[in-house]
Every structure is written in structure tokens, then in C-alpha cells.
Ligand binder design. Structure first.
Ligand code: HEC
Ligand code: HEC
Length: 379
């Protein structure tokens, strides 16, 4: 049990969405990339009734969205190793809820997805319909005009992005570095005890990244080579879906600080929450047809403290939060030596880097994708 759990945690660890890796059965169902029209959910799975027409590769992320919205595990609705079965009542209720949610949005919001499972459920299987009576002293409300006076006007997003670029060393210094190898440890995975797990991260400008977590039973790999991404643990490979590739592309952007302004068509700034005692500005990047990117910058240092990216699913967006800390100078630029990746459901781990080498050659073969997994057995 422990080994299985650890494998899961660490794959998620570096990784992108990979609850799917938890079960070999699901993995066997994840199709190799195809040049033809993407497979639909009902073509790949056995008992799809209301999610017909969505790409098959979106089904598992959609399930993750449902589980996170209700604060439950897959087994709340599913018979283990037989996801197609309808034995459990919550699964049948969930089907009705999907239909209801789509009707609400169609009838009230011009078909825009305004209401999702999370809107009502807020992380609980049974939504609360009656306002709660608090038992704490109400917080002292600052007078309206005091609050307005305390909050300085938000700077233009372009100024915040420019300050970030100069805080990490400026475009010229940044572009002098073309590769990076980082060595470190997984410092917290929510799993008590255990030996330290070491990790190596290989990055090559402009857009390649591979992280290898060294597990007792072999390496756990998360990789993106500019075009394709994959997750691998011994004997298992998962080729990233389109949404996973979009996320991996952000993580792999070697010159992110310089390239940010061109990645989104519009940016807005609003006051962000305090992070680790630092006041922040939140810059939200938006482009038509893709999920937004939320970037929290330290108001003093200008450095990026938090990034929240989203993967689109059929019912809502799955968020991934990356917190950056321990910025240190290395060859004329500043890079974070610690980051924490968090997802809904207390899915969180931290990586601490202790050694960085830059402008060292990285063997190109590292970024060659593994052969696609064998086609699922037909039976
Ligand atoms: C709240 C209930 C609920 C939860 C939690 C849930 N699912 Fe589902 N799942 C469903 C429903 C409903 C369907 C069928 C959708 C349809 O009929 O279109 C489904 C279908 C599936 C299928 C397709 C099975 C087949 O062959 O027809 C898979 C695979 C699946 N879920 C995996 C998962 C995984 C993995 C998780 C955990 C991350 C999960 N589900 C969490 C309700 C749930
Ligand atoms: C408009 C509000 C609303 C939305 C949107 C909504 N639900 Fe619900 N859901 C409820 C309420 C209210 C209940 C509790 C009904 C009861 O107590 O009988 C419920 C109950 C459920 C249950 C049964 C829980 C149990 O008792 O085991 C499941 C499963 C569920 N919802 C899944 C979903 C899923 C999946 C979505 C998104 C596709 C969703 N719901 C969207 C309001 C909502």
C-alpha cells in the first residue's frame, strides 16, 4: 500500500494531472496520441450517458473536477476497478446533477458555464441551504473610506511584468542562460516519515523540461519537449492530453519572465492576497478560448510568488497552484530554489533545490518521448 501511495503522490508531485496513473486500468484506457479526430468519451468508455460528445481525454479530468467539487474520492461514486457500473446511488445522482447543471446554464446564462458543481457543493457532498450562524466575534469592518485610502491604486499590469523581469535580472541576463539542471529533494508530500526522495530537473531553452524523481522502485518522470508531454513511472507511460500540454508549456517556459506579455492578449491587475507575509498584486492574463492565468507578484521585490493555472474540463476548471520561494542569485539571474504545488483535496508537495548548474549540455535524448503504450486489450 505504502509503495503504491508514494508512487501516486510523487507522480502527481512533479506532475500534471495524473490521478489516472493511480489505476492501471485507467491507464490502459488512455489512448496514444492520434492525428485523426479525437476519440469521444462514449467511444472509449463503456457506460457514458450524459457526457456524450466530450473528448475521451477530458473524461478523467472532468471526474477530478467532480471529486474536488464534492470533496470526495472516486470510490464515493464508483465500484473500484469497475467505473462503468451504476451500483452506487451517488453516481446515479451525479448523472442527474450533470443534466441539471447544464439546464441551469442553458436556461439562465445563455449557455455560459456560470454554475458548476462547486457553485453549490463548495467541497461537500451535501450543500448547505441555510445561512450559518457564526460563533466568533464579527471582524471589525474598516470604514469604507479608510479601506479605500489604505489600498494604493493598482499599477498597470505592464509595469508589474516589467518589474518582474528586472527583478529576476533583466532580459539580457536571462537570455545568456540556455540550460539548467537542478538537484533537490521532495521535502513534504503529506506522507509522514519516509526516506528523502531526490529529484533532478532538466530545463532547456526555450521550452523543454524534464523532472525525474528517484523512487525506490525506479524513476518517476514528468516531461515536456516543446510539442509533446508524458508522465512515466516504471512500466507505465501516460501521454499528456491537450489540457495537460498547455499546463506543461507554462512550466517549461524557460524565459517566462520575458515572454509573459506575449502569452496573453489582455492583462488586468487587482490587489492580491498576502502570501507568506508579503503584499501582492494579482495579474490575470486572459486570451479568448483559453483558461486564464493568475500571477501573484510581491509588491516590494517584484518577484513572482504564486502562479495559478487551470485545465479546462467538460464541467469546470481544475486549478493547480504553484508557490515559489527561496529566490537565490545564480549566474546573474534570480531563480526560486523552492516551490510547492497544490491541488484541491490537500494534494500538495514541496520541492527544495540545493544545487543548480546552468549552461551545461543536456543530452537531447532526454527529451525523446517514450514509445506509445500498447493499444488497450479489446475484450
Ligand atoms: C459524484 C460522483 C462521481 C465521482 C466522485 C467520480 N465519478 Fe466517475 N463517473 C460519474 C458518473 C455520473 C459517470 C457517468 C457519466 C455519464 O453517464 O456520462 C462517471 C463515469 C466515469 C468513468 C467512465 C466509466 C465507463 O467505462 O463508462 C470513469 C473511467 C470514471 N468515471 C472515473 C472516475 C475517477 C477516476 C474518479 C475520481 C477522480 C471519478 N470517476 C469520480 C460520477 C462520479
Ligand atoms: C444548484 C445547486 C447544485 C448544483 C449546481 C449541483 N448540485 Fe449536487 N446537490 C445539490 C443539492 C442541494 C443536493 C442535496 C440534495 C439532498 O439532500 O437530497 C445535491 C446532492 C448531490 C449528490 C448526492 C450526495 C449524497 O448525498 O450522496 C451528488 C452525488 C451530487 N449532488 C453531485 C453533483 C455534481 C457531480 C454536480 C455537478 C455536475 C452537482 N451535484 C451540481 C445541489 C447542486
Amino acid at each position: 500500500m505504502r509503495v503504491v501511495r508514494l508512487t501516486f503522490v510523487t507522480v502527481v508531485a512533479v506532475g500534471l494531472c495524473c490521478l489516472a496513473l493511480r489505476s492501471s486500468r485507467l491507464l490502459a484506457q488512455s489512448a496514444p496520441p492520434q492525428a485523426t479526430a479525437p476519440k469521444l468519451a462514449e467511444e472509449q468508455f463503456k457506460n457514458i450517458q450524459v457526457l456524450k460528445g466530450i473528448p475521451a481525454e477530458q473524461l478523467i479530468p472532468t471526474m477530478q473536477f467532480i471529486a474536488a467539487s464534492l470533496g470526495v474520492e472516486c470510490e464515493y461514486c464508483h465500484v473500484e476497478h469497475a467505473n462503468e457500473k451504476d451500483d452506487k446511488k451517488p453516481k446515479r445522482t451525479a448523472r442527474e446533477m450533470i443534466t441539471m447543471m447544464m439546464a441551469i446554464n442553458k436556461n439562465n446564462f445563455d449557455g455560459h458555464r456560470e454554475v458548476t458543481c462547486y457553485t453549490c457543493h463548495r467541497g461537500a457532498a451535501n450543500p448547505v441551504g441555510t445561512p450559518l450562524v457564526g460563533d466568533a466575534e464579527p471582524p471589525r469592518q474598516p470604514h469604507q473610506h479608510d479601506a479605500a485610502a489604505a489600498e494604493p491604486a493598482a499599477p498597470a499590469a505592464s509595469d508589474i511584468l516589467a518589474k518582474y523581469l528586472s527583478a529576476v535580472g533583466g532580459a539580457e541576463a536571462l537570455h545568456k542562460i540556455t540550460s539548467r539542471i537542478q538537484h533537490g529533494n521532495l521535502v513534504s508530500s503529506g506522507e509522514g516519515g519516509g526516506q528523502p526522495t531526490t529529484i533532478d530537473v532538466y530545463s532547456q531553452a526555450p521550452d523543454k523540461r524534464l523532472s525525474a524523481m528517484h523512487m525506490k522502485n525506479g524513476d518517476s518522470i514528468t516531461a515536456f519537449n516543446g510539442a509533446q508531454g508524458w508522465l512515466a513511472i516504471p512500466q507505465r507511460t501516460h501521454i499528456m492530453s491537450a489540457a495537460e500540454v498547455d499546463a506543461a508549456r507554462i512550466d517549461a517556459a524557460f524565459y517566462l519572465a520575458a515572454d509573459l506579455p506575449s502569452l496573453y492578449s489582455k492583462f488586468v491587475t487587482v490587489p492580491g492576497e498576502k502570501i507568506d507575509g508579503h503584499d501582492t498584486w494579482l495579474v490575470i492574463g486572459r486570451s479568448e478560448g483559453k483558461p486564464p492565468l493568475r500571477l501573484y507578484f510581491d509588491r516590494d521585490s517584484g518577484l513572482l510568488l504564486r502562479l495559478v493555472r487551470y485545465a479546462e474540463t467538460a464541467l469546470g476548471r481544475n486549478p493547480t497552484q504553484l508557490d515559489y520561494a527561496d529566490y537565490r542569485a545564480a549566474d546573474g539571474i534570480k531563480i526560486p530554489f523552492r516551490w510547492t504545488l497544490s491541488r484541491p483535496g490537500n494534494n500538495r508537495f514541496t520541492i527544495q533545490i540545493d544545487k543548480v548548474e546552468q549552461n551545461v549540455p543536456i543530452d537531447a535524448s532526454k527529451f525523446t518521448p517514450p514509445p506509445p503504450p500498447p493499444p488497450p486489450p479489446t475484450h
